[in-house]
Design a protein around this ligand. Structure first.
Ligand SMILES: Nc1ncnc2c1ncn2[C@@H]1O[C@H](COP(=O)(O)OP(=O)(O)OP(=O)(O)O)[C@@H](O)[C@H]1O
Length: 335
């Protein structure tokens, strides 16, 4: 086993709404990512993917609150650190985060090189501008971005170029963990491919040591990440290698996600199928038993009353369901 870059044990976080209600958006998540590895996180809108990303940074501000659990980056526990210490010592160099629609957040009146300076100066206030320029120029070139981009303003760049620029800026300090939330959505297909290639290059060239790639499109992760984890209603419902998850999903929700993708992926799914009927449960009052039971085509009466524990298979694969692996395969074969 390689060196563990990110370890998360039973992480629980919640939102507290202005009406003082608790929303349990991340409810007992555990994961491990080794050096050089990437993890995809998939699930429908509202399943808690973005909240997990925010929670993993250890940077908590109302309405998001930490409840319990450990977040350990390269052996250093960051859960429980003060937000100011996280900002100064962790964000950017240990963990970099690319939020949804990051490219639209670039201040249009500022040159790209100024953003690079801001990121570097937050950790090394004395680094001369010339050195920053040289570093940025080299990094941009290696990542296939023209040097001229550094002197441009965000408004002068196309959507795809802007997104790749944001990724290059966010990873300039070569973080141990990169968390990217829907980095390729809202782009045309060609730009999506370029963004995905760039993420792979960052890993291969060692500019990031591990990566979490969040998307609502499960098949997109095939060929992009080593492992995939599916989230439903704030919990992980299945975890496995990308190949297992895409071609042999065990949890009925993962299976449903594979069949409900709008854009067919060549070599993965060629046909458009149906959406999963129903909506995820309200996380203010999660169901007592299996959280997916109300939408599961294979649900039995026991599923509504009994909480399914995570089943770990001998090959390390995990899923959260009351059905045994044999039973799952049997019901899928007869479906
Ligand atoms: N600021 C907030 N205050 C209260 N509840 C919130 C807040 N932000 C998100 N939630 C709730 O937390 C749950 C998880 O939302 P989250 O945005 O993490 O899901 P997601 O899977 O990332 O969805 P999307 O892909 O749409 O971003 C949802 O029930 C959502 O309504």
């Amino acid at each position: 086993m390689g060196k563990v870059m990110l370890e998360v044990n039973n992480l629980k976080t919640k939102y507290v709404t202005r009406f003082h209600e608790d929303v349990y958006a991340v409810d007992g998540v555990s994961l491990k990512i080794e050096e050089g590895k990437s993890l995809g996180v998939a699930g429908e809108s509202g399943c808690g993917k973005s909240t997990l990303a925010l929670s993993l940074m250890g940077y908590y501000f109302a309405p998001l609150h930490y409840i319990s659990g450990d977040i350990i980056v390269d052996g250093r526990k960051i859960s429980g650190m003060k937000p100011d210490d996280v900002r100064k010592n962790i964000l950017g160099n240990e963990i970099a985060y690319i939020p949804q629609a990051a490219m639209n957040a670039l201040n249009p009146t500022q040159k790209i090189i100024r953003f690079v300076e801001d990121v570097i100066h937050a950790h090394d206030p004395k680094m001369p501008r010339k050195d920053i320029y040289d570093l940025a120029k080299e990094r941009f070139q290696i990542l296939g971005l023209p040097e001229e981009v550094l002197q441009k303003h965000a408004v002068e760049l196309s959507g795809g170029m802007k997104q790749r620029t944001v990724i290059a800026i966010s990873t300039i300090l070569s973080p141990k963990v990169l968390i990217a939330d829907e980095p390729s959505s809202a782009l045309d297909v060609t730009s999506q491919k370029m963004v995905i290639k760039m993420m792979r290059d960052l890993m291969e060239k060692g500019f990031i040591k591990s990566m979490i790639f969040i998307t609502h499109e499960l098949p997109l992760l095939y060929n992009v990440t080593d492992d995939i984890m599916v989230m439903y209603a704030g919990q992980i419902v299945e975890k496995g290698t990308a190949k297992e998850m895409v071609f042999d999903p065990l949890h009925p929700y993962s299976k449903g996600l594979m069949g409900s993708i709008i854009v067919p992926e060549e070599g993965v799914r060629e046909q458009k199928l149906t959406a999963i009927p129903g909506t995820p449960p309200n996380l203010k009052h999660p169901p007592e038993g299996c959280r997916f039971a109300d939408r599961c085509p294979y649900a039995q009466p026991t599923c509504r009353g009994m909480k399914p524990e995570v089943i770990e298979l001998p090959n390390g694969r995990e899923y959260r369901c009351l059905m045994s692996e044999r039973k799952v395969r049997e019901v899928y074969a007869n479906a």
